[in-house]
Write a protein that binds this ligand. Structure first.
Ligand code: SF4
Length: 447
């Protein structure tokens, strides 16, 4: 426990965050937890008293990347043996003791469900390797978000994890093994955390979960689904924007689709991974939805919110994928028209059902990926150019490089550069878009 009369000496914590937004959120919460023990964040690894690598297992060669980063820390640890080195996140969960065996310079290994115990681990009051799934809820043991500003900068947009883990078991994915079964956080804790964030100046919250739209919980009047939660969040005064990610098509319930129509704070933007346009491949992936089902869902969502922008994820070259399957994907993309999308060549993840399946020839998969990305890039460009002339809300997140310039995010998550010498970070303004650049927009303050 921290003694308030004798605050701990300030120490510096450097966190490197790999991968997804949930890891960004987890890094913030670990920084807050360590802040109670006197740690402040530094951006200079060489100056840190503790280096924490918060890893992600989704992308290719995640463990190799971790070990090579740890190798680069060897000279720093040799120079300053007191430097604490910790590994957190999904690779920590998957590799456990193996990390310390291969890299003895590592002092601590902590999984995604146990990071509330990080301060105790650093103090030597808890085991140095904790990768179990503990009975307690880590969120009950983390400091309130109001302490965030001790450790991190204020920002008008924040993440809030509402759900963790996944029961879907897609054949390519490690999440059900590293993050465990689906768990939804209780309604009251989510609403309290959201209010805390708004009280400290946050105007936009992105709700996070590996399967965020599968969230459910007991609220007033019975069981709530995710749409009901969004309606409740929409009632918080000062919370101007709500987003959520990442969703599964099968969990897009009627009430959630209706929330896109009814809740003005819910931004007209939805990331809805489909992965493939071929039913044969969707079956092999164990996605439990079809291409036609996905398209019907998109129609219903667009009916509820005609101006919504859709984004998605694609895996190209999944084991067994033929040219015909790939063309099914191309047709689905052409039919939907995405604002942007993430597309990757399949690579096997250890421990997943698809790991040992025969792989598609790498050059063939490369060609398919190129073809898909060509179409997605065209769609992205068209979507951005379609913004020119429109007046959009923009939430300013930071000053630009040029004097008087601000950079913010549009309703559709585009970065927008605006000349606004009188504006401040945190202002939410109307901006007329005047130009589309490669990955951003330029706008002028609307009258
Ligand atoms: S829905 Fe599939 S891809 Fe998404 S986290 Fe769960 S298993 Fe992984």
């Amino acid at each position: 426990m921290t003694d308030q009369a004798n605050p701990p000496a300030v120490k510096k914590l450097f966190i490197k965050t790999y991968g997804c937004q949930m890891n960004v959120y987890d890094s913030q919460r670990m920084a807050e937890a360590m802040g109670a023990d006197g740690y402040v964040l530094t951006e200079d690894q060489a100056d840190a008293d503790m280096v924490l690598l918060n890893t992600c297992h989704i992308r290719e060669k995640a463990a190799e990347k971790l070990y090579s980063d740890l190798g680069r820390l060897k000279p720093l640890k040799a120079e300053r043996p007191d430097l604490k080195i910790g590994v957190a996140g999904c690779v920590a969960q998957a590799e456990g003791e193996e990390i310390v065996r291969r890299m003895p310079l590592v002092d601590l290994v902590v999984g995604p469900q146990t990071y509330h115990r990080l301060p105790a681990m650093v103090r030597g009051e808890a085991p140095a390797i904790l990768t179990d799934f503990p009975p307690e809820d880590k969120f009950d043991h983390l400091p309130a978000r109001t302490s965030l500003n001790r450790a991190t900068r204020r920002a008008p947009a924040a993440f809030l994890t509402v759900q963790e883990g996944c029961d879907k078991f897609c054949a390519f994915c490690v999440v059900p093994y590293t993050r465990g079964a689906e768990v939804s956080r209780p309604v009251d804790r989510i609403l309290r955390e959201a209010r805390d964030l708004v009280d400290r100046g946050v105007r936009e919250i992105t709700l996070l979960g590996q399967n965020v739209n599968g969230w459910h919980g007991a609220g007033s009047g019975g069981e709530w689904g995710f749409g009901r939660l969004i309606r409740a969040l929409g009632g918080i005064e000062g919370l101007d924007r709500i987003r959520y990610t990442t969703s599964h098509p099968n969990d897009m319930a009627d009430d959630l689709i209706a929330a896109h129509r009814d809740v003005p704070q819910l931004m007209p933007y939805l990331h809805l991974p489909v992965q493939s346009g071929s039913d044969r491949i969707l079956r092999a992936m164990n996605r439990k939805h079809t291409a036609a089902g996905y398209l019907r869902l998109i129609d219903r969502i667009r009916e509820a919110r005609p101006d919504i922008m859709l984004t998605s994820d694609f895996i190209v070259g999944f084991p067994g994928e033929t040219d015909g399957d790939h063309q099914d994907t191309m047709r689905l993309v052409a039919e939907v028209g995405f604002g942007t999308a993430f597309s990757f060549k399949y690579s096997p993840r250890p421990g997943t059902p698809a790991h040992d399946r025969p792989e598609v020839d790498s050059r063939v998969a490369d060609q398919r990926l190129q073809e898909l990305q060509g179409l997605l890039t065209k769609q992205q460009k068209a979507a951005q150019e379609g913004m020119v002339g429109r007046a959009l809300g923009v939430l300013f997140e930071k000053p630009g490089r040029q004097a008087g310039q601000m950079i913010g995010k549009s309703d559709y998550l585009h970065s927008v550069f605006v000349d606004a010498p009188q504006a401040q970070v945190g202002d939410l303004v109307r901006v007329r878009i005047v130009e589309s650049a490669s990955n951003s927009l330029r706008g002028e303050l609307a009258a």
